[in-house]
Write a new protein. Sequence first.
Lengths: 223, 442
Amino acid sequence: MTPEEILSSADRARGNVEGIEWNIDIESIEGEHTQHRSMMVKARGYNCLAEFISPPKVKGRKLLMIDRNMWFVKPGLRKPVPISPRQKLMGGAANGDIASTNYAGDYQPTSVSDDTVNGEACYLLDLKAINKKATYDRIKYWISKKRLVGVKSDFFTVSGKRFKSATFEYNNSIMISGTPRPFVSKMVITDAVITNNVTAMTYGEVTLKEIPDSTFNLNLLMR
Amino acid sequence: MSVFFACIQLWTACTLASALPSGQGSEDNAGYSSLWDELSEGFDYSLRFLTFGTYQAVADSTQNPDNDFLQIPRYMADLDLRPDAILSFRRLDVSIKPRMNLRWSAWENGTRKGDEEWEDDWFINEWLARMRVARGLFVSYGRENLQWGPAFLYSPSNPFFLDNGRSNPKREVPGMDFARIVWLPGMEWTISFIGNTDKGRQEFISGDFKEAYGFKLDYSGQQGYAGLILSRNEVERDRFGAFGGCTATDAFLLYTDFAFCRGSDVLYPVEDDTSPFGASMQAVDEQSSSLKGALLVGGSYTFLAGPTLTVEYLYHGFGYNDDQADYFYRLRRDASDAYGGPLWDLSRMTLGQTADPGLRFLRRNYGMLQYNHNDIKNLLNLTFRWTQNLDDGSGQFISIVDCLMGDHTQLFFIGTVNFGNGNTEFGTIVDSQWMIGLEYTF
């Protein structure tokens, strides 16, 4: 397999499918403060609508992503606010982190080597952003050789400084063309500087379903 | 135009009727064991309870002589109940936002000095019934706060609303009545026909509400998004508006919002020999064929540490130039001097017109700088916004602070400080306004 094929395969386990719905529970620990949020996410290709469902103080807030264009909608404030993928979603998670992963489209593998993560043999891909819309400038991405899913990543700034890391679990499963495929169930993001700042995103049971165009239309969002 | 509105309303009524339960086997109710399950699944609600206190320092200006004309209270205490309910049932979406406001006000200056007052207001700020009549085709009618465009300061492309609700996120923009047909020919394009049929809860101090209808074309693609709006009101004034933006990098957004039209309903101060003040406010461009417009350009940058800086510049061609502004303040001073005298009625009418000449901003050139940082330590949201009137030198500073306390409660603080003397835009109404409150969501 070429590095690009390995990357595309890993992408498919993190949302790059047609029509999917899941719940994401986010737990963020920053210092002594812990926050929980749950959202329902509908995604199709690189379009995504995330609606906060708890806690009550954020219920009804929506995040609409049409490719890399993003809007935030708050109940009572009808005008959608355009936001950038880099803007913080919660804790260490950026808005771009809940969108379908398109590393194969946004990044170019500059080198491939062998490594292990928790005893599992992995390809270690060094990824460089090929367009300015990518959420991160450079990523080191460990992809399991056996399962072809990303298990760990380090994210770097333009200046080359590592600023956060993430690990992934794949206990969900989806059927594609009659074949079960592993699908992301948890992403844990750790701040590189303040290592006790941790954000865990748990992906609930994934449902494949047809998502119409109208779901991703700003004119039709019920607010 | 009325035929258009009648057709929309008839169509909406017919299609709403077609959403009623029609027996088993419909593709729209697949997967539900009973009608009740289907309704329960499609129903959602939230209930917000807000209580807040407001302190206002009234400005010393000719717009509001001795605080008798605007009668601005020094203190206010509000209690708001804001339930929102949504039902999605097969092809039908229905939402309703009833509101209850209980307010205590107290005056410390002007003719109402020492007065206290209790008011209660029960109303529906927004409601909507929307039907999917075919794949990608939607018809709706309701009371909406219809907002679009990326700008914070002002959205010139919106011919229906002057206020985009950004200056105080706790105060809801009053809804107006709209009929809409929305067609999605594909993922990237949206075509809307919009009819603004009634003023709803909007208030117009000096002008009258005018029915209007518009055609809106939206594009949303990988590189960015754009919208184009052609509208006409009942006095056949045409307006062209557009907005657009792009995600230039993962952190950098660029956008614009503009509009132009022939003539306008804006009131301008003009020499008037028939007026005892020697001048009056008149819609001099009502029949004009000359083009006037407004253009906003802006951009925002998000730093890795989290804060977002936003900068906007607005050229507001509908506003007053220096000569018109001088004339405006002279007329307002004369009307203010005559307030309470034999020309009281004329004075009141003139001050009503100067308070609301039909402009979102009074002058022509504005700049805005905003700092926003959310989720600081999972606890704090901060927004600081400076708006500068580049023509008269006055400015406005707005700070919005949200403190998240537990799963249900937010403590909020909104402070507005205006800089400029009584003959400047921001120095006219209040010197400062401070609002502190608690929002509880059930």
